[in-house]
Design a protein around this ligand. Structure first.
Ligand code: PLP
Length: 363
């Protein structure tokens, strides 16, 4: 009776990754060096149409340094969603600026342009949409707002490697964009982040900020961090980069199978012109979401995740009184099913059977 548990996420590490790490270990060149430079170049060519790309030690660091390089600091406001991982607003707060929480739309769970516009003040420095779950945010609307109000756009593309809108890749819209390389993301380097920018000055500042403010050893130009990626992490990332395209296709095939076969639950919508890379496949269930999650696990050995149960504005770290009805609704009702490329046909059938059975029973 006991079936194997299907985990909600599963990083795939193969012999090629192990060999690449071993080669770096044998070289003795462990810290940031040639592997990191090659990873930046390849990531840029494959996912960012050749845009400037700077590797750092984590996605959160990438957001933080990106904002600093874009000139965000004390007295500034940056509009962010509350319905996202805490790193989005944390990175704004870490610069000394104030994150201002806007509501989302309920179609794709990304920032709602109309609500964002209502929050723009003379202190607003920029808007940072999140391409949540791997679905691009409404970038044409945010570009129009940015232009109209003379403010900047920054992209949290942590979950959206390879996603695009009207043929344009996410990560090419903002002053900068960040991609996370954490193990549960669509590709990994162990820990790590990539920051892309089309602005040569921002790129230069990013390279300084990640390395104590210097490009040349002991010629420190500004005050900076140690936010370097290691050659070990870059070696893993370079191998993963050769696989992420095929993994994304498998995620999309898994999603199409769920779209076709799930019954009695809300399935994710895809905007016209959008390529969704399904970091998460997020559904809504009729009622008692938490009961549904528990029953999936206990009765069907199907793992799932809730991203995110507590909106950022209500976290102990922010504690803001805000009225964000769509955010509250999403936090109560969303549930993400396993959609990762390790699922086999039997797993997919089991997931569909489990969800349909529970939805029918009104769980
Ligand atoms: C994962 C994630 C981050 C942070 O990335 P790390 O690499 O874990 O630091 C930021 N924003 C979002 C939306 C994320 O999902």
């Amino acid at each position: 009776m006991s079936k194997d548990f299907i985990p909600p996420a599963k990083p795939i590490i193969g012999d090629e990754e192990r060999a690449a790490v071993d080669a770096v270990l044998r070289s003795g060149m462990l810290a940031q060096g040639a592997e990191v430079a090659a990873f930046e170049q390849e990531f840029s060519e494959q996912l960012l149409d050749g845009r400037g790309t700077v590797a750092v030690n984590a996605g959160t660091t990438g957001l933080h340094l990106g904002l600093l390089a874009a000139g965000v600091g004390p007295g500034d406001e940056v509009i962010v969603p509350s319905f996202t991982f805490a790193a989005t607003a944390n990175s704004v707060a870490l610069t000394g600026a104030t994150p201002v929480f806007a509501d989302i739309e309920l179609e794709h769970y990304c920032l709602d342009p109309a609500h964002v516009e209502s929050l723009i003040t003379e202190r607003t420095k920029g808007i940072m949409p999140v391409h949540l779950y791997g679905h691009p945010a409404n970038m044409p609307a945010f570009e129009a707002l940015a232009q109209k109000h003379g403010i900047a756009l920054y992209e949290d593309a942590a979950q959206a490697h390879g996603a695009s809108l009207n043929g344009r890749k996410v990560g090419t819209f903002g002053t900068f964009a960040m991609f996370s390389l954490y193990p549960t993301k669509n590709m990994t380097s162990g820990e790590g982040g990539m920051v892309s920018t089309g602005d040569a000055d921002v790129e230069h500042t990013l390279r300084l900020l990640r390395n104590q403010g210097m490009l040349k050893q002991y010629e420190n130009e500004i005050v900076g961090f140690n936010a370097r990626m290691t050659n070990l992490h870059a070696a893993i990332g370079r191998v993963q980069l050769t696989k992420v395209g095929a993994w994304t296709k498998t995620r999309q095939e898994n999603a199409a199978f769920f779209d076709k076969n799930l019954q009695g639950v809300g399935v994710p919508a895809v905007a016209d012109g959008a390529e969704h890379v399904y970091h998460q496949y997020t559904i809504t269930v009729p009622d008692d979401r938490d009961g549904f999650v528990a029953a999936l696990k206990e009765e069907h050995q199907v793992g799932s995740g809730v991203y995110y149960p507590i909106p950022n504005h209500r976290l102990p770290s922010f504690q803001r009184e805000e009225d964000l009805p769509n955010t509250e609704k999403a936090a109560r009702s969303v549930l993400s099913l396993p959609v990762h490329p390790s699922l086999d046909d039997e797993d997919r059938e089991r997931i569909v059977h489990a969800v349909n059975t529970l939805a029918k029973a009104g769980a």
